[in-house]
Write a protein that binds this ligand. Structure first.
Ligand code: ADP
Ligand code: AMP
Length: 214
């Protein structure tokens, strides 16, 4: 049986980067609410009668998309997966409770990174519009600026990776998601990894933690 892995960390902590390694090594599905929501930014959610009528309006402000929308995306994706690495969910305690009722986790990883480093990582992030590969203008630059090394596609900067929205997302993380890290820590389930090391060093610690717990 493939492992069920949860990867926690602030925006920019390196969850997507390490999830790619986990997928390559263990053949699990990458379930990421951020990517799922970005593909459905314009979805009509007006029937829910909430503050905004599409997920994109929450995302562009750095706010959380309502639980009703996100819980359903995760439920469907986990049902279909034979082992997964879950990235970007749960982002608050209600989502964490919902997840506990939905599935059993084998490993809960937490990538620990300081706020100043997070802002640098988010504002320098570039993503391939064709294949989704992630680069960084200083820490992981592509061979040719603006061009994906993997597929030759154009690189773009996510709208919510501006400095202002990045700081707001980190604030939203501290208010809503830091308690989720405590929730798993209190249950003795958290494998804490120093996320400020090089990507290869982080991967070494992540894979050790998975081998120990899964
Ligand atoms: P998250 O999915 O947690 O938001 P990403 O994996 O997209 O974070 O990483 C954010 C940015 O930081 C990307 O541009 C990525 O290339 C870069 N990055 C990821 N891990 C590291 C690391 N260990 N050291 C330096 N830069 C990193
Ligand atoms: P990410 O790609 O994980 O940085 O997420 C980008 C944006 O998508 C967030 O700032 C939120 O607006 C939204 N989002 C992603 N995951 C969730 C979630 N679990 N709950 C609520 N909103 C989410």
């Amino acid at each position: 049986m493939n492992p069920n892995i949860l990867i926690l960390g602030a925006p920019g902590a390196g969850k997507g980067t390490q999830s790619d390694n986990i997928v390559d090594e263990y053949g699990v599905d990458h379930v990421t609410t951020g990517d799922a929501l970005r593909s459905n930014k314009g979805m009509d959610i007006s029937h829910l009668g909430l503050a905004y009528d599409t997920p994109g309006e929450y995302m562009d402000k750095g706010e959380l998309v309502p639980d009703e929308v996100v819980n359903e995306i995760v439920e469907t994706a986990l049902d279909e997966a034979d082992g997964y690495v879950l990235d970007g969910y749960p982002r608050n305690l209600d989502q964490a409770e919902h997840l506990s009722a939905m599935t059993d986790l084998d490993v809960v990883l937490y990538l620990d990174v300081d706020e100043d480093v997070l802002v640098e990582r988010l504002t320098g992030r570039r993503v391939c519009e064709e294949c989704g590969a992630t680069f960084h203008v200083d820490f992981d630059p592509p061979e040719q600026a603006g061009v994906c090394d993997e597929c030759g596609g154009d690189l773009y900067q996510r709208e919510d990776d501006s400095e202002e929205t990045a700081r707001e997302r980190i604030r939203v993380y501290e208010d809503n998601t830091a308690p989720v890290v405590e929730f798993y820590d209190d249950r003795g389930e958290l494998a804490r990894v120093d996320g400020e090391q090089t990507p290869d060093e982080v991967w070494g610690d992540v894979s050790d933690a998975i081998e120990t717990h899964a």
